[in-house]
Design a protein around this ligand. Structure first.
Ligand SMILES: Nc1nc2[nH]c(O)nc2c(=O)[nH]1
Length: 444
């Protein structure tokens, strides 16, 4: 039996069913789970002092492309809309191989951990030069984050009316075979799982309708989740209308891509009927506010989604379109954007934090994560509110209204991944050095 006691937190925001908040309180972790929350708890194990800190559930990232940490701020893509941005980057990504996938994932996951994230999904949709989903899974296992990798895919190249170059697309039979391989090798359906695999053809403009349909059948056969990009911007809607004669919601529904086992990234352009469809079918949304700003895609109607009962989580999105991978910053941006669109009371700090924690966990069908209560996984972020950004604040809402934007301590499954602002499981300087070398090589 292993125990850790988080002692004397200024505030614990539990995000449990009653959204309980405790002052001057403790959390006892036992064998990877929250054992008790209360006052004056004792342990025979390690003690982590949390005085001066706000404690929250670990944040949950529902959409990322970790490989893109190697292509931040690429000049030709800095000021482009989605399609032009992708066309600039595809040729660079086609030079990646296994090492690029592994190192870029280590960087992206470490960056997420430092921003309070304990559970991340990833959407890897290109596999050049022998790259495999296994590369990112190895990176996540080493750093110790809970990981939901998705086996993405592109199958319709330029010559067939798709957006990606023909050299970057895969044969659909080979895609389905590899999907089966990675699910059988890595997917763990058990409560407390550290790795769950999803299936994720990339986007309507890079895969066929047949692949979408076959993937949905396969996912249901295997009992895994489905993920893709949907309704990201006006170009995306225009492509759907021109190629399929319908809006994205209809496209998704026709192909079996609605339901509680499906979540779609972006959804900036969902209309009222599509929001209703998602609510009725319990289809989830990964909201990516920074990327949507960066690519000029628009402001997703998150207020309407939440009011209608759509499951919404946050996504950092890939670091070629963010270009930052800071999830607490993403929560702040989500709050601010809804206020820009709908007024100062459109989203509170606490609601944005709820979306970032239990909201994301619900999107990923992880009721065992994203909230702090006995029996749930011990995925815990500890934020030092004595830092300069938060000094003088009156309320834990300051976490998103002020800061800090980096975590002090982070626990995943009860294991300390960040201590005093440093990743404990990786020696970061050599990883950063190798990432820099790889990025330089891609520039030559
Ligand atoms: N934000 C992003 N949208 C996308 N659509 C697509 O097909 N790929 C991407 C991507 O990498 N980022």
């Amino acid at each position: 039996m292993t125990e850790t006691l988080i002692k004397n937190a200024d505030t614990i925001l539990t995000m449990d069913d009653t959204r309980r908040e405790l002052s001057g309180a403790d959390i006892l972790i036992r064998d990877g789970q929250v054992a008790q929350i209360g006052h004056g708890l004792q342990t025979i194990g390690e003690i982590q002092d949390a005085s001066g800190c706000v404690v929250t559930p670990g944040l949950v990232n529902t959409h990322h492309h970790l490989y893109q940490t190697l292509t931040r701020a690429v000049p030709g893509g800095q000021d482009a809309l989605l399609f032009g941005w992708l066309q600039t980057l595809y040729p660079i990504w086609s030079r990646f191989g296994p090492e690029e996938m592994f190192i870029s994932a280590q960087i992206g996951l470490a960056e997420l951990a430092l921003s309070g994230c304990t559970l991340s999904s990833d959407h890897l949709y290109l596999y050049p030069n022998g790259a495999r989903l296994d590369d990112t899974i190895a990176a996540a296992a080493e750093i110790g984050l809970r990981f939901h990798p998705t086996r993405g895919a592109m199958s319709i190249g330029e010559s067939d009316g798709g957006l990606p170059p023909d050299t970057l697309v895969e044969d659909e039979g080979a895609i389905l075979d590899d999907m089966i391989r990675v699910v059988d090798a890595f997917h763990d359906p058990a409560e407390g799982a550290m790795c769950r695999v999803g299936l994720a053809p990339c986007s309507p403009f890079s895969v066929s309708r047949d692949l979408m349909r076959d993937t949905a059948l396969l996912a249901r056969d295997k009992g895994v989740m489905l993920h893709t990009h949907l309704a990201e911007n006006d170009e995306d809607i225009a492509y759907s209308q021109a190629q399929f004669g319908c809006r994205p919601g209809q496209y998704a529904e026709d192909l079996g891509w609605t339901g509680s086992d499906v979540w779609h990234a972006h959804c900036v352009k969902l209309d009222g009927a599509e929001i209703d469809l998602f609510a009725r079918t319990q289809t989830g949304v990964a909201h990516c506010p920074c990327s949507n700003c960066r690519l000029g895609s628009g402001i997703a109607p998150v207020r309407a989604m939440r009011d209608q009962g759509v499951k919404v989580g946050l996504g950092a999105d890939g670091s070629a379109s963010n270009d930052n991978g800071n999830l607490v910053f993403e929560a702040r941006q989500a709050m601010l954007l809804q206020r820009v669109a709908y007024g100062a009371d459109a989203m509170s700090s606490r609601e944005a934090l709820e979306i970032a924690t239990r909201g994301g966990a619900d999107v990923l069908n992880r009721p065992d994560c994203g909230r702090l209560q006995p029996g749930k996984r011990a995925d815990i972020a500890i934020w030092d509110t004595r830092c300069i950004e938060s000094a003088g604040s009156w309320d834990p809402a300051a976490l998103l209204l002020a800061g800090p934007m980096r975590v002090k301590h982070l626990f995943v499954e009860g294991r300390q991944i960040v201590r005093d602002g440093q990743v404990t499981t990786l020696d970061m300087p050599p990883v950063i050095e190798r990432q820099t070398q790889l990025a330089r090589a891609l520039q030559s």
